[in-house]
Design a protein around this ligand. Structure first.
Ligand code: NAD
Length: 387
């Protein structure tokens, strides 16, 4: 299926708002819409280290008039409403968030205000929209809303945990899994997830919730507690020590950012079907890895040397295994992940090299896919390769 909106809009440019648009996911989504020739407004406080760099990158991609940046805080209801109020806004991607579990434990009230009250500001702004049909709203929730999955029994093998139930092990966790919020971050994102879902029922808004597991790819800066794969790679290229919490057999499904961008586009194109729905989005059963016992050999291959990590205590609420069952997304909007772990890791490794200043080639970075390829040479691109 095509992921282009241009045909459906008679050649008119869409206006897309991206809160948190200078972050990892936001900058990749913004770049994809800019490359499609659409108009993008980014609303971001630039609090995340690296976000200014992402914004500069987007500015270098944009044609005149296609990108607007509004610096603001998602907790400021008036500022959010002013941005969303434009009659021509058709899609709002709400990514701005406090994303670190550790920070949420230290500053639970701030986490609540940014993640829950900030999301409520976005919902109310969409509800107050002057557009004939209020814009679609996409919200990025998290697999952490399912808690530690304590009722799911697991078995431990030499390198990984597995679900004891063969069906669940084959398919992963679907959206009927009971909610069980852990940590202030889990609570604030989980409550926001429920508000976004309920506003579709209460007010008929076209909202869509993606409950996402581990997303990885270029424009991620590898800060601890946000993007652990990128964090590992950054530590490796910078020769910094690595700490693994638990025994390293915890399993996660990894989703490469280009696959996520394609999921957003497909879900938006099928909004009659997807509005009011919640989707588990991740790499699924074919893209799983245990976080150290199985990832380590792959990283050693990329680094070309043996790697070591210090094992530390389990973190409270850590899931021994989480794998997304993405069959609802496949059924409703025809999406399956396409980029396998080896290809994705190679691309992220190339990006980590760029960050470390090692890969200063003339525009071409071996191994780096799609959205990151123009990191060194600002240029205007015409077509989105993500179709
Ligand atoms: N990356 C993942 O693996 C993952 C997994 C599940 C859910 N999510 C969710 O996806 C969204 C995007 O995640 P990301 O990885 O791109 O994070 P990120 O930290 O890279 O991006 C978040 C952006 O929001 C901005 N921001 C933070 N607080 C703000 C505030 N108060 N007002 C305005 N802007 C603010 C930051 O400056 C940053 O640019 C988040 O909602 C996160 O909870 C991400």
């Amino acid at each position: 299926m095509s992921t282009s909106f241009t045909d459906d809009h008679g050649g008119q440019r869409l206006h897309v708002i991206v809160t948190g648009g200078a972050g990892f996911i936001g900058s990749n989504v913004s770049a994809a819409f800019l490359r499609d020739g659409q108009r993008v407004t980014i609303f971001d406080s630039l609090v995340r280290p690296g976000s200014e760099r992402n914004l500069e990158w987007l500015q270098s991609l944009a044609t005149p008039g296609s990108l607007r940046f509004v610096r603001g805080d998602i907790r400021d209801a008036d500022a959010v409403r002013a941005v969303v109020a434009d009659r021509d806004v058709e899609i709002v991607f709400h990514f701005a968030a406090q994303t670190a579990v550790t920070y949420s434990l230290a500053q639970p009230r701030e986490d609540l205000q940014v993640n829950l009250c900030g999301t409520h500001n976005v919902l109310e702004a969409v509800r107050a929209s002057k557009a004939p049909i209020p814009p679609m709203l996409f919200f990025t929730s998290t697999n952490k809303v399912y808690g530690a999955l304590e009722r799911r029994l697991t078995v431990e093998s030499a390198t990984r945990f597995r679900f004891s139930n063969a069906d669940v092990d084959a398919r992963g966790i679907d959206e009927s899994e009971p909610l069980d919020f852990h940590s202030p971050y889990g609570c604030s994102k989980g409550a926001a997830d429920q508000y976004v879902h309920d506003y579709a029922r209460l007010y008929g808004l076209r909202t869509v919730v993606f409950r996402m597991s581990c997303i990885y790819g270029p424009r991620q800066f590898g800060n601890e507690d946000q993007g652990w794969v990128a964090h590992f790679m950054r530590a490796i290229v910078e020769n910094q020590p690595l700490t693994i919490y638990g025994n390293g057999k915890q399993v996660r499904d990894l989703l490469y950012i280009d696959d996520l961008v394609r999921a957003f586009k497909l879900a938006a194109l099928r909004i009659e079907k997807t509005a009011g729905s919640v989707y588990n989005i991740g790499g699924g059963p074919t893209n799983t890895v245990s976080i150290w016992q199985e990832l380590r050999p792959r990283l050693e291959c990329l680094a070309g040397r043996p790697l070591h990590a210090r094992l530390s205590d389990w973190r409270p609420g850590d899931q021994p295994i989480y794998v997304s069952d993405t069959s609802r997304a496949q059924r409703d909007f025809g999406w399956v992940p396409r980029i396998g772990i080896d290809e994705g890791l190679e691309s992220l490794w190339a990006w980590a090299g760029v960050l470390a200043g090692r890969a200063r080639t003339n525009g071409h970075i071996p191994g780096l896919r799609g959205s990151g390829t123009d990191v060194l040479q600002p240029r205007v691109t015409q077509a989105d390769p993500v179709t």
